[in-house]
Every structure is written in structure tokens, then in C-alpha cells.
Design a protein around this ligand. Sequence first.
Ligand SMILES: Cc1cn([C@H]2C[C@H](O)[C@@H](COP(=O)(O)OP(=O)(O)O[C@H]3O[C@@H](C)C(=O)[C@@H](O)[C@H]3O)O2)c(=O)[nH]c1=O
Length: 183
Amino acid sequence: MNFKAIPQAIPDVLLLEHREFGDDRGSFTETYRASAFQELGLPQFVQDNQSRSSKGVVRGLHYQVNPHAVGKLVRCVHGRIFDVAVDLRLGSPTYGKWTGTELAGTDNHMFYVPEGFAHGFLALEDDTLVSYRQTGYWDAASERSLLWNDPDVAIDWPKLSVLLSPKDATATSFADVDHNFSY
Ligand SMILES: Cc1cn([C@H]2C[C@H](O)[C@@H](COP(=O)(O)OP(=O)(O)O[C@H]3O[C@@H](C)C(=O)[C@@H](O)[C@H]3O)O2)c(=O)[nH]c1=O
């Protein structure tokens, strides 16, 4: 098995490590293998995305309400990010809690954020490329944005001066989030 899944502080969120085969030329890594992902209990993915961000850009915290909820598998291809998932599943023992990790283009890690979580990241370097797959299609009408620095969630972001989209700068506070996820 070329992949290892490590449950995070919120156990349904996974850090996936994939094996890197180094040689004189550089290295080779499988980044997706349907059968292995299925063995790890991961769902199927239908959309791939990529974004490029400057240092200090925060994207998120985004989610789609049901019936268009999506899970996301996130990888930093170049640069570095602090990647975060916030539990929005009513009844979950970790409802309203966050978990996060650093992902870098130089490591072999992916962060799996299941349905029922808001997802976002902070780019820690210029020219940071993030590539991620999602389990359902983007649906603009179902998309919601939770405020990245909401005091009730209190994410311990690395200290940087941040740049946000207008949508994310005026996002909803945790007390007012609109969602219909259950645990
Ligand atoms: C998310 C998305 C956006 N777009 C378009 C809409 C808009 O014109 C442009 C930029 O969209 P946004 O500002 O929403 O992009 P961005 O802020 O990067 O949104 C992303 O943030 C991270 C944290 C996620 O988790 C993703 O699922 C996604 O929500 O791209 C698509 O065509 N397909 C998509 O799947």
C-alpha cells in the first residue's frame, strides 16, 4: 500500500501520506489510486481543482449545504499552506471545533476533509499551488462561507497579514452559519 491514513484531532479528518520513491533523477509518487483509496474508506471524487495564491491569501472557510455537500482531498503542489477543517455536523462531539495541518509542495501529504466540514487555507508562501479533488460538483447556490477568524471557532492561524476575497471578507459568523449536516 503506497498510502497511509492518519486520523487527526477530529478523527474523520485524515492526513494521507503517500510513499515517495527517490532515485538519482528525483522521485516518483502515486498521488491517486482508486483501489487504495477505496480500501482506506475514501469516497469517489468527481471534480479536480487548482488555485494559485500569494503569501497571506486566505481562501475559505467554504462548504456546500446538502444535498450538495462535498468532501475534499487537498494537496499543496508548490509552496506551503496551513489547511483547516471546521466540524459543522450537529450532534458531533467536536461540533464547532477545528483541526489543521501544514501541507507543503515538498512533502507527500494530503488532507481529507469529509462532508459536513467547512474548509479553508492560508498560503504561507508566494506562488502557492493547491490542488484538490472533491466528491461532488461545485454548486454556487449551495456554497456558504464561514468567517475565517470567527472568535467562536478561534482557529490558531499562523500570524500573517491576510488577503481575502470580498465573499470571504464578509462571510457568516459561526453563530449564524446556515447548514444542515448531522453526525
Ligand atoms: C470553487 C469554484 C469556483 N469557480 C469559479 C467561481 C469564481 O468566479 C472563481 C473563484 O471562486 P472562489 O472565489 O470561490 O474560489 P476559492 O475562494 O478558491 O474557493 C475555494 O476555496 C477553497 C478553500 C475550497 O475549499 C474550495 O472548495 C473552493 O470553495 O472560480 C468555479 O468555476 N468552480 C469551482 O468549483
